[in-house]
Design a binder for this molecule. Structure first.
Ligand SMILES: Cc1ncc(C[n+]2csc(CCOP(=O)(O)OP(=O)(O)O)c2C)c(N)n1
Ligand SMILES: [Mg+2]
Length: 307
């Protein structure tokens, strides 16, 4: 992939959108801090740097749509439900956990939202759900988030084949951060995501912006067409700000610095300082308060159901 994130001035967001962006950012930073102090078990993958992707999509998806997330899914969940308490309780194994504490960071099921840590698992399932929706609830869609590295899974192509053949209301959101764990995409992917979508006759839209307003405006008519059973691959050129998981970043310092330089957080603070500084501190404090409150809860209990 030769495209890079554009560096144009970010347009001003409504407070609600900026608050959500900041909520995801501070949630993820808090998780890394808690792991660093040995207060969490299992693993986690933060979406640091990629927060704007689900925030941009948020109003384009409705409660009747299905969302399939992946291992890097906290932003997807928070953008869908605005529920940092339930997610943190899930990750910490505390009362109020959205899946009773058995799903953890990667395996969440709530209403029409489901995430999995198994790469490539969700796309065929989402295609099946999209077929069901086409038959029973026309106008709704299945949205699935996958990374660039996940295009190495054969199941992705079986699903794309059926999505095109059966004209499924399937929205595939690719968060192309240019790396899969420690493998740069350029060293493992022949061709491109767009070329692969084209091989199945599926429309492909490339997003090189981190401007939530701009992304939304461009995607709104395309997503409306997905609801009419025209599958779509939307590829975001983005970057992973943090490690793959926790403390396992072996990228050259220059690559990490480039991601920092392009990060929406610093760019937005520069472009809209008054609004940014009015909201950033309070949202950070709110996440701190949530972390303290959830940590003090008793352990979660599995009752055999998710929220
Ligand atoms: C089937 C399967 N193989 C391997 C893994 C281990 N694994 C977890 S995340 C990951 C990299 C995924 O890269 P990408 O799709 O680009 O997503 P990113 O982590 O960059 O968001 C791998 C190989 C897995 N979870 N599932
Ligand atoms: Mg990746």
């Amino acid at each position: 992939m030769t495209e890079t994130l554009d560096r144009l001035r970010l347009s001003r967001l409504g407070d609600d959108d900026l608050e959500l962006l900041l909520q995801v950012r501070h949630f993820e930073l808090k998780l890394l801090e808690l792991y660093g102090r040995g207060e969490l078990n299992g693993t986690t993958h933060t979406c640091l740097g990629q927060e704007y992707v689900p925030v941009a999509l948020r109003p384009l998806l409705g409660p009747d749509d299905h969302v399939f997330s992946n291992h890097r899914g906290h932003g997807h969940y928070l953008s869908t439900f605005r529920d940092p308490h339930g997610l943190l309780a899930e990750i910490m194994g505390r009362e109020g956990a959205v899946c009773g504490g058995v799903g953890g960071s990667q395996h969440i099921h709530r209403d029409r939202y489901m995430s999995t840590g198994v790469q490539g698992e969700s796309l065929p399932v989402a295609a099946g759900v999209a077929l069901h929706l086409k038959r029973t609830e026309p106008g709704t869609l299945a949205c699935v988030y996958i990374g660039d590295g996940t295009w190495g899974e054969g199941a992705v192509y079986e699903a794309l084949n059926l999505a095109a053949l059966w004209e499924l209301p399937l929205l595939v959101v690719v968060e192309n951060n240019g790396i899969a764990q420690s493998t740069p995409t350029a060293s493992q992917m022949a061709g491109s995501v767009g070329g692969r979508a084209a091989a199945f006759g599926i429309r492909h839209h490339l997003v090189v912006s981190a401007d939530v307003n701009e992304i939304r405006a461009a995607l709104a008519p395309l997503v409306a067409e997905v609801r009419q059973a025209l599958p779509l691959v939307v590829e975001f050129v983005t970057h992973r700000l943090g490690p793959h998981s926790k403390g396992d970043d072996i990228r050259p310092a220059g690559a990490v610095q480039a991601a920092r330089d392009n990060d929406w957080y610093g760019r937005y603070a520069h472009d809209h300082p008054d609004q940014f500084h009015r909201l950033d501190g309070p949202v950070r404090a709110e996440i701190q308060a949530i972390a303290d409150e959830v940590a003090a809860r008793p352990p979660s209990r599995w009752e055999g159901t998710c929220a």
